[in-house]
Write a protein that binds this ligand. Structure first.
Ligand SMILES: NC(=O)c1ccc[n+]([C@@H]2O[C@H](COP(=O)([O-])OP(=O)(O)OC[C@H]3O[C@@H](n4cnc5c(N)ncnc54)[C@H](O)[C@@H]3O)[C@@H](O)[C@H]2O)c1
Length: 418
């Protein structure tokens, strides 16, 4: 059997996805698992055929067994990245690490230090860098097809129900248990904008707040749980409509339904809505992260950029306009419209066609492409295949923390080179 041997640390929704991509491409083999949830642990061990002696309930137990595999996928929740990443790096594992690297700058620096001191390859899961769409866009910019880049306008349309699922009811609703939404969601966007422009910003500012998903906005007659609520049928954020509507669709049963329950039947979903966090009224949870935020950035060469992340959209691919001295690019995550000012001609380029069927899946093909790049880097001992390494990811995370500082202090933050 061939393929890089993998230890899966945190066999949740993301960990399972990367592991499946690795196995499907025959570029990786899951040979050890650490996962505390007994149902998930059993199901994933069975799926990948991992023997009981290499199945653990905690990453620390897996680490105590020494280096079992060439590489590890670390896909635990946000506040649980640092300790396993450092320990596994010290054991010599190459690491595919979910974003955000860590929830504080100090911890992210410790991870980058551990990767460097152990000379291991570490890829942060900035999947957007690896999509066929991004490759195409970057190539057009680097070829100078729109001349010199002057301004970028970028939108992350989170989607009304996705926001309610993840950032009001779900894991990323609270800064205390997770982190600010700019880090948990938009570290992708800030990283991507830096990657595209090829430079770190010199100054950042930011505004944003939690406007809608708060008790003052609760409509009259709303109950604490959707199952008990008389106005649920007319509420856009009805958990009943959202989650019962997933049943019967395998993709939706995996996500978002897989976050609520391992059961895929009416009674299982109703039970989760009756007792779990995902059945709560969106105006009556313990959420505190923003529901809209803007960030503006100025780059050292004078390029400017405005970025908006908002809940109140359909859930779609990101949209970006790039304004150059000789042309204009308008992209929707699949197709790019290029207008050349010299000829006035307009070209429509479909990145999904260039990429084949997979472009529509998992972050526009990014999940698969990242997994492939990481495993090829490990197999061939070639770190240049990883563009989201610890150093570049730390640099873009720092911009996120600077933007959050700007938002919370009402200042413009000047970034200094580290
Ligand atoms: N790259 C992306 O686009 C993207 C998208 C979504 C989520 N994420 C990130 O991926 C990470 C995981 O998210 P998820 O949705 O898969 O969450 P999840 O809750 O489904 O998975 C996390 C898993 O870690 C397990 N775990 C908890 N303690 C553990 C321990 N001591 N040892 C081993 N495993 C342990 C949990 O039981 C759970 O199964 C988060 O950091 C999240 O922010 C990234």
């Amino acid at each position: 059997m061939s393929g890089v041997t993998l230890a899966l640390v945190g066999a949740g929704l993301r960990g399972q996805s990367y592991a499946r991509h690795a196995v499907a491409a025959r570029s990786g083999r899951v040979i050890a698992i650490a996962e505390p949830d007994p149902d998930r642990r059993r199901a994933v061990a069975e799926e990948f055929g991992v023997p009981p002696e290499r199945v653990f309930a905690d990453w620390a137990d897996l680490a105590a067994a020494g280096r079992l595999a060439e590489a590890a996928i670390v896909a635990t929740q946000d506040r649980m990245h640092t300790a396993p990443a450092i320990r596994l790096a010290d054991l010599g594992y190459h690491i595919l690490l979910e974003k955000p690297m860590a929830t504080s700058e100090d911890e992210a620096m410790q991870i980058a230090d551990a990767a460097q001191r152990n000379r291991i390859m570490l890829a942060v899961c900035h999947v957007l860098r690896y999509t066929p769409y991004t490759r195409l866009l970057k190539q057009l910019l680097d070829e100078g097809r729109i001349g010199r880049l002057i301004n970028v306008q970028h939108l992350e349309p989170v989607g009304w129900w996705h926001h309610a699922h993840s950032f009001v009811r779900g894991h990323w609703r609270s800064q205390e248990t997770s982190a600010p939404m700019l880090l948990t969601k938009a570290c992708h966007d800030i990283d991507w904008l830096i990657y595209l422009t090829g430079q770190l910003p010199a100054r950042v500012s930011s505004f944003g707040n939690l406007t809608h998903f708060r008790p003052e906005e609760r409509p009259e007659g709303a109950a604490d749980r959707c199952l008990d609520c008389s106005i649920e049928p007319t509420c856009p954020y009805s958990a009943k409509r959202l989650y019962l509507g997933c049943l019967g669709d395998p993709a939706k049963e995996f996500w978002p339904l897989g976050a609520l329950t391992e059961r895929r039947d009416l009674e299982g979903v109703l039970d989760a809505l009756r007792t779990g966090p995902y059945g709560r009224c969106v105006y009556a949870t313990d959420n505190d992260v923003v529901d809209h935020q803007v960030v503006t950035m100025e780059f050292p060469d004078g390029t400017t950029c405005s970025f908006t992340m908002a809940a109140f959209t359909p859930m779609e691919h990101r949209r970006t306009r790039l304004l150059g001295t000789h042309g204009y690019l308008d992209g929707d995550g699949r197709t790019l419209r290029l207008v050349d000012f010299r000829t006035g001609e307009e070209e429509l380029i479909d990145a999904s066609l260039a990429a084949g069927h997979s472009a529509a899946d998992g972050h526009g093909g990014g999940d698969e492409a990242l997994t492939a790049a990481f495993l090829a880097a490990v197999a061939g001992g070639d770190p240049s295949l990883i563009s989201s390494d610890a150093v570049s990811s730390l640099a873009s995370h720092r911009v996120v923390w600077a933007a959050e500082l700007a938002r919370t202090t009402g200042t413009v933050v000047t970034l200094t080179e580290e």
